[in-house]
Design a protein around this ligand. Structure first.
Ligand code: MN
Length: 505
């Protein structure tokens, strides 16, 4: 393995090389995460991707390599492992270049090839803005990714696409932005990735709701800025007070609420667009080293300023379903101005920002900072949504193994197939075109005579697979369903109707 310093030296010496400066940021980010990353391999992947995309340009006019590079940088910042970063660099290679998955596997191994294949596969899913299908789509997205890292790469990929959305035609902008809000941000939220969720939402917001975005920017943003100044004063006082009490502070900072999440709150009936009712416009975030200190800080600050009744929330004892942990309180601060305080440990902070991706940090961090890690902290054992498939710490020792094993067993008994229009239908495992037909409409079920799966004619007893595009061929002269269908129909709905109608004829 190359030492990072050696590599940086080599690159600096070779600074006449046009690409070198490009590579520096990703390497700089790798230094921050404590992982055993073989930088020679990263460099190889970069060179491979750059060659593969040679001559291609993004809509922005930039060389194409900028996109996979930015994707990989995001992944490196999240502290992800080498294979994920390499897959980030190569994620568009099979689809857009003359190189294929075999080339990827030959050069970078089956693990990377598997990640890249997963991303390519997810690429077919599109959301057309029909809300009733959104939930199925989210589930399908997750279930099609055999490895949760595939989803993290998709997130990083989408983040950069959103950042360069302005170069696309307006209809495309709107579709992608809406899909980002309803599918990507929603999944990021469920995986506890607050940072990515917030970024995706704020990037998509102006394209999905341009008028509302303008209102927020013109009317609300200045108020946030004003509040920020006030919070700076509060922070000074807190710093002094905690020093007096010998509390070790990792960081205290003001966190302005993200525009889109603030907007969503404002339009709720209770707030009725009245920003003065919102107390966490800018929250004061206090990060300390142990759980015990979290509670101590809460006590100290409540002695200093009176808390608002009913607003103390202990998400440490009772984490949110997505794993979020923190103490929240709202106080009458200096000059009687109301301020929300959020108190948490460093680890809880990482978890809140990076969610599932933070798992890597924990492991490394624990080893190096045994003392700092603090007692009493339990990583969220249960992400409610994917509860059944995870037994966080018990089963899996190695963090990487953890994520690879996080396939989506919750959906083990379900498959997700698509109509030719791209709507997602949720069916039990081993379902057949007959089940699909009855799911779409009873008439279609009763009159189905054949099917096309992924464009190929298929018999009605064919077992459907995740991601299949299914089309039903109907025969309007058909009198009734066939009893034989009961041999392979899986859903209760289809079986009931077949039994019923076949009997009457
Ligand atoms: Mn891409």
């Amino acid at each position: 393995m190359a030492s990072v310093d050696d590599l940086i030296k080599a690159i600096k010496q070779n600074s006449s090389n046009r690409q070198s400066s490009h590579r520096l940021p990703i390497i700089a980010n790798l230094r921050k995460s404590n992982h055993n990353v073989d930088l020679d391999m990263i460099r190889l992947a970069y060179d491979f991707a750059e060659q593969a995309h040679q001559g291609q340009a993004r809509k922005s006019g930039e060389p194409y390599i900028e996109h996979p590079l930015q994707t990989a940088i995001t992944l490196a910042k999240m502290g992800l492992d080498q294979d994920t970063i390499i897959a980030g660099l190569l994620h568009d290679v099979p689809e857009d270049t003359k190189f294929n998955l075999v080339d990827v596997e030959k050069n970078f191994g089956p693990e990377v090839a598997n990640l890249v294949a997963g991303i390519t596969k997810l690429g077919i899913i599109k959301y057309r803005g029909i809300e009733k299908y959104a939930e199925n789509l989210r589930k399908m997205f997750i279930s099609m990714a055999q490895d949760i890292r595939i989803i993290l790469i998709k997130m990083a990929d989408r983040l950069h696409n959103l950042k360069t959305l302005k170069y696309l035609p307006p209809e495309k902008q709107k579709r992608i932005a809406q899909e980002s809000l309803e599918i990507y941000a929603s999944i990021a939220n469920r995986l506890g990735m607050g940072q990515i969720k917030g970024e995706i939402e704020d990037l998509a917001f102006p394209y999905v709701l341009p008028e509302e975005y303008r209102w927020m920017k013109e009317e609300i943003l200045p108020k946030i800025e004003l509040k920020m100044e006030h919070v700076e004063q509060v922070i000074k006082t807190i710093r002094k007070e905690l020093a007096k009490n010998r509390i070790q502070i990792v960081s205290i900072h003001g966190r302005p609420k993200r525009l889109y999440s603030l907007y969503k709150k404002l339009i709720k009936p209770h707030y009725n667009r009245d920003v003065s009712k919102i107390y966490d416009l800018v929250a004061t975030r206090i990060i300390v080293t142990s759980v015990a200190d979290c509670y101590k800080v809460l006590g100290i600050l409540h002695q200093l300023w009176k808390p608002l009744p009913g607003r103390i929330k202990d998400y440490i004892a009772q984490p949110k379903p997505n794993g979020y942990q923190s103490l929240h309180t709202t106080i009458f601060g200096p000059e009687g101005k109301i301020v929300e305080l959020q108190i948490r440990t460093n680890k809880m902070h990482e978890q809140a920002e990076y969610g599932i991706a933070a798992h890597w940090h924990y492991k490394e961090w624990d080893k190096k900072n045994k003392k700092i890690a603090g007692k009493g902290y339990t990583p969220p054992e249960k992400l409610k949504w994917i509860q059944d498939l995870v037994n966080w710490q018990k089963e899996i020792q190695d963090s990487q193994q953890y994520l690879t094993s996080l396939t989506v067993d919750v959906f083990k008994n379900r498959i997700f197939v698509l109509t030719p229009k791209g709507d997602v239908i949720d069916l039990p495992e081993e379902a057949t075109p007959v089940d699909f037909a009855y799911h779409v409409h009873t008439y279609i079920g009763d009159h189905c005579s054949g099917s096309r799966i992924n464009g190929q004619i298929a018999s009605l007893d064919t077992v459907l697979k995740n991601g299949d595009v299914v089309e039903i061929i109907t025969d309007k002269n058909r009198k009734a369903p066939s009893r034989d269908w009961l041999k392979f129909a899986k859903t209760q709905a289809a079986r009931g109707k077949i039994r019923n109608r076949a009997r009457n004829h």
